[in-house]
Write a protein that binds this ligand. Structure first.
Ligand code: FAD
Length: 455
């Protein structure tokens, strides 16, 4: 039996962040991973999708080159070339991460682990015991009852990332972040795309104004969508997949991407047997990521918090520091930055207007249209920066739509998390001409001294 201070089951964002920070704090660490360290984010999520989205942006820029006075013509997408670029990015980061794990003296154990007691994980017949055990087994792509994933015509994001061709047409079931990102990529690559979403809006967790702007932009790009209508069935034949909706409409496409959310990986790995408290498969934790069993912690997509890589990193670090007795502050999940990396991008931090009102705030709103921003005009992007604030109080939420607005979140999250009010931000100088000026201008306007804003 091998003994460690910390045994971590799962080497994705949450697990490896916990391993690296624990090792930094002088602990002996075993990191157990069935597949590749880096998990979903590096191999099947954040990184490869963003590489595809960037390739899509290059394609669109080429199509629109004449608008900038540049002579270029778009011919086609070479999917083998796109995949070589995408895989190159992933493999470089993977090598770097493997090196990091090694250099911090983390013991990497390859294999499928099972929790056989509250402090022991068994892998290939060998037991690894820890003073603490961290569960970080992540998530898998869900489907709907009766909708069978065949990996060819009815696919998940994992199959979509491995495709060696551009589908001529695609139906995307689910208009959340993952669905919208693939819809955006495929449209840029030349596919006919239709999104089916049961809720009344795309990216329904975002502020309604952001959803509506994304919908307007998608309409303009020719991305079709059906909102507020439920999926009934999908039938495959040689022509492709035919989807029938509750309202009787049918759609046929070469592929159906099922993007209806991700479920926790928590069954048949000993969690139930060890009495770990769970709800619908999610491991339940307190605000320091402790499970109900002393010495057992859980982080990342396995717990019912935002399913984002940077949330996994933060939870992994939180647990490492708590185990080391540093008493870190619990995470404020409202302060987590969120991005949909489509064209256009949607980025936000803090509360939506609806949530702020629900919490009883006397809310003021300010919309700054990117039409007034020089850099946005140079980039030919449309969108806005919307502020949600408490009357005579701090900024409660920042919601942005437009090209590259994800990069503006670094400032937006400081504003929200440091509870700045509009006048605090209005006094800061933003470089001209940058998109970040739109953040400055919005706060100038909310502080009652608009510069480049009408009205
Ligand atoms: C298409 C897509 C795009 C995304 N884009 C973004 C994005 O742009 N930004 C963002 O922040 N997030 C994004 N995400 C979400 C992000 O990938 C996840 O939130 C993150 O990977 C969660 O990390 P995790 O450590 O909890 O789980 P995972 O990354 O899923 O890692 C869990 C690991 O545990 C291993 N494991 C499971 N069971 C066992 C076992 N029994 N024994 C050993 N090992 C085991 C798995 O092999 C896996 O490597 C995206 C996700 C998808 C699917």
């Amino acid at each position: 039996m091998a003994e460690f201070d910390v045994v971590i089951l799962g080497g994705g964002s949450g697990g490896y962040a916990c391993a690296l920070r624990s090792a930094q704090l002088g602990k002996t660490v075993a990191l157990i991973e069935a597949d590749k360290v880096g998990g979903t984010c590096l191999h099947r999520g954040c990184i490869p999708t963003k590489a595809l989205l960037h390739a899509g942006e290059v394609a669109d820029n080429t199509r629109h080159a004449a608008e900038f006075g540049v002579n270029a013509s778009f011919n086609s997408i070479d999917m083998a070339g796109v995949n070589a670029y995408k895989d190159g990015v992933v493999s470089k980061l993977y090598k770097g991460l493997q090196g990091l794990i090694k250099s911090r003296n983390v013991t990497f154990v390859e294999g499928h682990g099972r929790l056989v007691s509250p402090n022991t994980v068994e892998v290939n017949g060998q037991q690894y015991t820890g003073k603490n055990v961290v569960l970080a087994t992540g998530s898998y792509p869900r489907t709907l009852p009766g909708l069978e994933i065949d990996g060819k015509q009815i696919i998940t994001s994992e199959h979509a990332l491995a495709m060696d061709r551009v589908p001529t047409s695609a139906i995307v079931l689910g208009g959340g972040v993952i669905g919208c990102e693939f819809a955006s990529v495929w449209k840029s690559f030349g596919s006919e795309v239709t999104i089916i979403e049961g809720l009344p809006h795309l990216i329904a967790l975002e502020d309604e104004s952001s959803s509506k702007q994304l919908e307007r932009a998608y309409r303009k790009r020719g991305i079709n969508f059906e909102l507020g209508v439920r999926f009934v069935s999908a039938v495959t034949d040689q022509r492709g997949v035919t989807v029938t909706l509750e309202d009787g409409k049918t759609f046929t496409a070469e592929v159906l991407l099922v993007a209806v959310g991700r479920g926790p990986v928590s069954s048949n790995i000993g969690y139930e047997e060890q009495g770990i408290a769970m709800d619908r498969g999610y491991v339940l934790v307190d605000n320091k990521c402790r499970t109900n069993i002393p010495g057992v912690w859980a982080v990342g997509d396995l717990i019912p918090t935002l399913q984002l890589a940077h949330v996994g990193f933060a939870e992994g670090i939180l647990v490492a520091e708590e185990m080391a007795g540093l008493n870190p502050r619990p995470i404020n999940y409202d302060g987590v930055p969120r991005v949909t990396y489509s064209d256009p991008e949607v980025a936000s931090v803090g509360l939506t207007t609806a949530k702020a009102k629900e919490l009883g705030h006397d809310v003021v709103e300010l919309n700054y249209d990117l039409a007034g921003n020089g850099k946005a005009q140079i980039l030919k992007t449309a969108g806005s920066v919307k502020l949600v604030a408490a009357k005579n109080g701090p900024v409660l939420g920042i919601h942005m739509v437009g090209a590259r607005v994800g990069e503006l979140l670094a400032e937006a999250q400081l504003i929200f998390n440091w509870e700045a009010d509009a006048s605090d931000v209005a006094s800061l100088i933003h470089a001209h001409p940058t998109l970040s000026e739109a953040v400055g201008e919005a706060h100038l306007a909310l502080a009652g001294k608009p510069l480049h804003a009408h009205g």
